[in-house]
Design a binder for this molecule. Structure first.
Ligand code: DGY
Length: 335
């Protein structure tokens, strides 16, 4: 643990952040309580370090609940999360105490949409499996007419569950691939007419989950996690999918019932799944998902590009500075 120059205001940073954000906080001369280890603080460490702080810069792995706020005490003015999701923070409790909650907004939209597309290409065209074959020395006969046969992306039907900012960015990319798009959004898990769409594309239809399950070749989960979306994608949904279809999750693990998915993958009732997020992260070392050929598994890296993480670092730091300086209007806060 590294403590910087003392000053009146204390800021706890629960994991290392890039210099872009760190330098902003250093400039203010706050007392920085800085976890320099690459792994998250244990709950007990978090509780020890949070005492008396004015601000917390936290991450998805930190649970900031009522107890944490109690321990932090009355000085705590802002919880700034280095993420767009904020399900790890008790927002209601923060509101009650007039503690502001900052987040990184939509900055990761395009980067996450890039990764969603990468996952779709990887699972459909067996890119990861092909790479492994070459590395393992199992590519024995050069070009082959049936070698690593996959599924096209272009011209196929893509179901997008949750047409928010990321869903829209995925749809834009899908347009370039000539895909037909079916989608739901939060307001309508049932059929209704779309009034306007942020870009001009005719091959797109707002529909319901059932239609998406039945018609899509690829399905990308890109909605946010809330009470309604917990296990939204379960055996009932998966059982309606085509045998040749793929499921991709770049949103939150708890939206997809992982047990139901594993069962479907084992029975080969769907063609495969590409996941960036899981019900529990990291997944267990002996997770059966790792032994399956019809999966591509990433370690929650949707927003992990240097540019985007630097911007997240900057926004998370500026949210703290702005709130501590009384310029709340300049901070990106959860309403
Ligand atoms: C977020 O910010 O919510 C992402 O999942 C982290 O990359």
């Amino acid at each position: 643990m590294v403590k910087s120059k003392s000053a009146n205001l204390k800021v706890l940073i629960t994991r290392p952040i890039s210099d872009v954000g760190l330098s902003i906080l250093k400039r203010e001369n706050y007392e920085l309580i800085n976890n320099t280890k690459e792994y998250p603080l244990k709950p007990i460490e978090l509780k020890r370090l949070v005492k008396g702080v004015d601000a917390i810069l936290c991450f998805l792995n930190d649970t900031i609940d009522k107890e944490t706020m109690d321990i932090a005490g009355p000085n705590l003015k802002i919880i700034s999360t280095f993420s767009t999701g904020f399900e790890h923070i008790d927002i209601k409790e923060a509101k009650k105490r007039n503690i502001k909650v900052g987040y990184t907004g939509n900055i990761l939209t395009e980067t996450t949409a890039d990764l969603a597309f990468g996952l779709m290409l990887s699972i459909g065209r067996r890119i990861v499996e092909g790479d492994k074959m070459v590395r393992d020395g199992k590519w024995n006969y050069g070009w082959g007419p049936d070698l690593m046969i996959g599924t096209d992306i272009h011209g196929k039907t893509l179901g997008i569950i949750g047409m928010g900012k990321i869903g829209t960015a995925i749809a834009k990319r899908a347009q370039g691939f000539g895909m037909k798009i079916l989608y739901t959004n939060r307001a309508t898990n049932t059929k209704s007419k779309i009034k306007s769409f942020p870009f001009d594309y005719t091959n797109i239809k707002l529909t319901d989950l059932k239609d998406i399950a039945k018609e899509s070749d690829y399905i990308i989960i890109s909605c946010s996690l809330n009470e309604e979306s917990y296990h939204l994608i379960n055996s009932n949904f998966i059982s309606q999918m085509k045998k040749s279809a793929f499921l991709i999750n770049i949103a939150r693990g708890k939206i997809l019932n992982q047990k139901d998915l594993i069962l479907a993958l084992r029975k080969k009732s769907i063609a495969g799944a590409a996941l960036d997020v899981y019900e529990d992260e990291p997944i267990k070392k002996d997770s059966i998902l790792k032994r399956m050929k019809n999966t591509v598994l990433l370690p929650h890296i949707g927003s992990a590009s240097r540019d985007t993480r630097d911007k997240m670092s900057e926004i998370a730091a500026l949210n703290i500075v702005n709130v501590l300086q009384g310029h709340e209007d300049k901070a990106l806060l959860i309403e």
